[in-house]
Design a protein. Structure first.
Length: 229
């Protein structure tokens, strides 16, 4: 089996939720998150490290599983639907979210297994590189391609993206080690820059649009080698 997943199960029927949990754990996965309603499920998606989600479509208040699927898409979390509904309207609404699989109840362990495997198979191996940061109790997903530069500020890191600035309590080294991307260069003890945003550079500084970042003597040789060949 592939690497075990941290799976979120969202199902408003507690007996079915427990059955799904047992099946998934029998497959070797971890199921630390079980939610019976939209609010709890949304909190898990925002605050926890969810690697995969199994969504029931119709919860107590209606088609909330569809809304959760949209949230999972925004956070780059793969998912599948497990539902009693096979009518055209429900399927059409579900298709918009591009689930990895759509399994109809009642289901077998084999159908659940194949649904997960199909969902993971459909993931693009070239999907965009992302990094997750904590903003209070919320997980925020940032595309690394949108990060202009990051700056160490005492025990925090300021992350400047194309749309806004984020502040995360973390060391700059830990932040850069949390994702893998060849486009980032350490130019100073306090700065890491995305070379795709560099407009000009000298031997002592780098210009990234309106931002100017210093190059320290410690990193100068390596930085100039990467920028000038």
């Amino acid at each position: 089996m592939a690497t075990p997943l941290n799976i979120l199960v969202v199902e408003d029927e507690s007996l079915i939720a427990e059955m799904v949990r047992v099946m998934l754990e029998d497959m070797g996965h971890r199921v630390p998150f079980v939610a019976y309603n939209y609010k709890t499920a949304a909190r898990f998606l925002e605050e926890e490290e969810v690697g995969f989600a199994v969504f029931d479509i119709n919860l107590k208040e209606g088609s909330e599983g569809i809304d959760l699927a949209k949230m999972a898409n925004e956070m780059n979390i793969p998912f599948m639907f497990l539902t009693s509904y096979s009518d055209k309207a429900t399927i059409d609404a579900a298709k918009v979210t591009k689930p990895g699989a759509y399994v109809i109840k009642p289901f077998s362990e084999e159908e659940l297994y194949s649904g997960i495997e199909m969902s993971l198979m459909h993931l693009s191996p070239k999907k965009e590189s992302i990094v997750k940061i904590k903003d209070g109790h919320r997980n925020i997903v940032i595309k690394t391609a949108d990060i202009i530069f990051a700056k160490a500020d005492n025990v925090y890191v300021e992350i400047y993206t194309t749309s806004k600035r984020h502040l995360v309590r973390q060391s700059l080294t830990a932040f850069t080690e949390s994702f893998s991307c060849r486009d980032f260069i350490r130019v100073h003890r306090s700065f890491v820059v995305n070379k795709n945003f560099i407009t000009t550079h000298s031997r002592s500084s780098i210009q990234l649009g309106d931002f100017e970042v210093p190059i320290s003597r410690t990193y100068k040789e390596d930085v100039l080698l990467q920028l000038e060949g």
